[in-house]
Write a protein that binds this ligand. Structure first.
Ligand SMILES: Nc1ncnc2c1ncn2[C@@H]1O[C@H](COP(=O)(O)OP(=O)(O)OP(=O)(O)O)[C@@H](O)[C@H]1O
Length: 284
């Protein structure tokens, strides 16, 4: 689904002395079936931004269009189920939202809430537990007997079980070990290749470089850059003003420029870096 923000401003506690601006006149498009990363410093407004996509937050002014649904300041909370089914959200530390006494019931909760029969929801639980790399035997266990990484996967399976068209991931791999992180990121990439729209909030620039096709940079509630990662990570103004950190490969390439290498554009992945170095050593 294409998602369009038009002049979206969000003020927390408007008309009160504690009012704070979460988003400030943001306009941009998130393309259908693409993998888009949202980056920015802590407190820049990333979570505020994505919470408008399934109307968990309403704009103070402006509109958000999600497929054929338009969200405005007047949107009320009735009839949001179709939107919430279309747009699945994996929150930060989603395992904190597990609450049923078995893993199976936890994964079945979403689909049943959206109208699936118990049989359909059970079939979805069996499919999703395998998809997130866990053994089906865990379905009968209490989610609270699992490791942190397993709980995280169960929570993700619960969101996927409703088969949302768009999946929003708010730092889904925070606190996971590198192998677990890569497995989860590969899962999201596979889902995107199967036709889902993926929106990822992350502080990990290597994940952006390796997985995202588009990225948006938020700073103090404003959208300050958007484009393909290779272009955005080569935006000198953002780098000079410390509004963006570089992926490891690009940072390493930058250091190599002091050792006689030169790059027309900083390579952002290890593969690109390897190819560039090889060509330069061979004098190509
Ligand atoms: N419920 C709230 N009430 C008041 N202000 C809030 C609330 N939630 C967020 N804010 C403020 O809105 C701004 C944006 O916060 P937001 O959580 O969207 O940032 P973020 O980029 O997701 O941060 P992080 O990377 O730390 O998760 C911050 O100044 C924050 O203090």
């Amino acid at each position: 689904m294409e998602i369009t923000f038009e002049h979206v401003t969000h003020s927390y506690n408007p008309n009160s002395p504690t009012a704070s601006l979460g988003l400030d006149d943001v306009s941009f498009k998130i393309q259908d079936k693409k993998f888009t990363a949202i980056v920015g410093q802590t407190g820049s407004g990333k979570s505020t931004l994505v919470r408008h996509i399934n109307a968990l937050l309403k704009p103070t002014s402006g509109t958000i269009t999600v497929g054929d649904r338009v969200i405005t300041p007047e949107t009320n909370n009735k009839n949001l189920k179709p939107l919430r089914k279309q747009v699945g959200m994996v929150f930060q530390f989603p395992e904190s939202q597990l609450f049923e006494d078995t893993v199976e019931k936890d994964i079945m909760f979403g689909p049943m809430n959206f109208g699936a029969s118990a049989d359909e929801a059970e079939a979805a639980a069996h499919k999703m537990i395998k998809l997130v790399g866990l053994d089906e035997s865990l379905l009968e266990q209490s989610p609270f007997d699992l490791s942190g990484g397993q709980m995280r996967r169960v929570a993700i399976a619960g969101v996927l079980a409703s088969d949302p068209e768009t999946i929003i991931l708010d730092e889904p791999t925070a606190g996971l070990d590198p192998v677990g992180r890569q497995e989860i990121m590969d899962l999201f990439k596979n889902l995107q290749q199967e036709g889902k729209t993926i929106i990822l909030i992350t502080h990990n620039m290597d994940d952006v470089a390796n997985y995202a096709e588009e990225m948006a940079v938020i700073h103090r509630g404003k959208l300050i850059a958007q484009g393909v990662p290779q272009e955005v990570f080569n935006n000198q103004e953002l780098l000079q003003d410390d509004l963006l950190t570089l992926p490891k490969s690009a940072a390493f390439a930058k250091e190599l420029t002091e050792k006689g290498f030169s790059f027309e554009k900083l390579p952002i992945t290890i593969n690109e870096l390897g190819t560039e170095i090889e060509q330069q050593l061979n004098g190509d």
